[in-house]
Design a protein. Structure first.
Length: 282
């Protein structure tokens, strides 16, 4: 009963070497973001390479609706069901064309993992962008606190209060590298500030849903290839977190850590490096 904001775009050119139509792409954002974060760069990039793209705003984010009276936007399970509906609609007729490839960023990566593991909808690939590992973010938070207590406390405060929405300097520390222009950081901070009515997940309740299980052997998504891509400058998801995710999905996973990228790989100054790496994997 909730209407979701979905931005869908058709290819603007034919794929370079198509034997069949290439798989469409479905993009899922992370906390405090919405569909716009993929529409800024990624959608046009992949449309120009012959792919249909769909960017979704989860409940309580962007222009999507909310469940009346809800304290948070949803649960991991409810977000996964919503994304499954979007993935199904992106393919259209189940008998036509390849199944979509789903990409999830940050906590949206956890949602994508859950959707793929549930197996209600077929996918042909899973891309995890600076994604929270299947076990959650608890161990990463502990590691960051040990490495840099003051910065970790600032970023934790920012995520609890959404202070990065009105403080561009703090927004850069959370999401972007030093290379991104001040103008872009301020613009994205304003968009982030306007992107969420509710917290994406109740982190205490989330613990009961973790770890996200692998797709069951013999299920439709059991052998789906996985790309785990992150940035070396990320202060939200560290390399150990990326390695944990890649290990979980081994031997089907490929791990890529780009040295110039921070957390928002789709918006950072070197977003095109991330996009090109994704295209090679596709």
């Amino acid at each position: 009963g909730v209407e979701l904001e979905v931005a869908r775009a058709s290819p603007t050119t034919t794929a370079p070497t198509p034997t069949t139509a290439p798989a469409p792409l479905v993009f899922v954002h992370g906390s405090y973001h919405a569909a716009w974060c993929y529409e800024e760069h990624f959608a046009g990039y992949f449309n120009a390479r012959g792919r249909e793209t769909t960017s979704v705003s989860l409940r309580g984010h962007g222009a999507s609706g909310t469940t009346p009276g809800a304290a948070t936007a949803g649960t991991l399970a409810s977000h996964a069901r919503d994304v499954g509906e979007v993935v199904r609609s992106a393919r259209g007729d189940e008998d036509e064309g390849p199944a979509p490839v789903v990409f999830g960023h940050s906590f949206g990566g956890l949602v994508a993992q859950k959707m793929v593991a549930d197996g209600d909808v077929e996918v042909s690939g899973l891309g995890l962008l600076a994604s929270v590992p299947p076990s959650g973010n608890g161990e990463m938070v502990k590691r960051f606190l040990k490495r840099d207590l003051w910065t970790s406390l600032k970023i934790t405060y920012a995520f609890i209060t959404k202070a990065f929405g009105t403080n561009p300097r703090l927004c850069r520390e959370c999401f972007f590298s030093p290379s991104l222009s001040d103008e872009d950081v301020a613009r994205f901070a304003a968009k982030i500030n306007a992107s969420s009515e509710l917290r994406m997940l109740d982190l205490k309740a989330l613990k009961e849903e973790l770890p996200v299980q692998k797709p069951a052997a013999g299920s439709r998504n059991a052998d789906v290839p996985v790309l785990v891509l992150g940035g070396a400058l990320d202060f939200v998801v560290d390399r150990e977190g990326l390695e944990e995710t890649a290990s979980w999905f081994a031997p089907r996973a490929e791990l890529v850590v780009e040295p110039s990228l921070a957390h928002d790989v789709m918006l950072d100054a070197d977003w095109e490096i991330a996009a090109a790496r994704i295209e090679r994997w596709l």
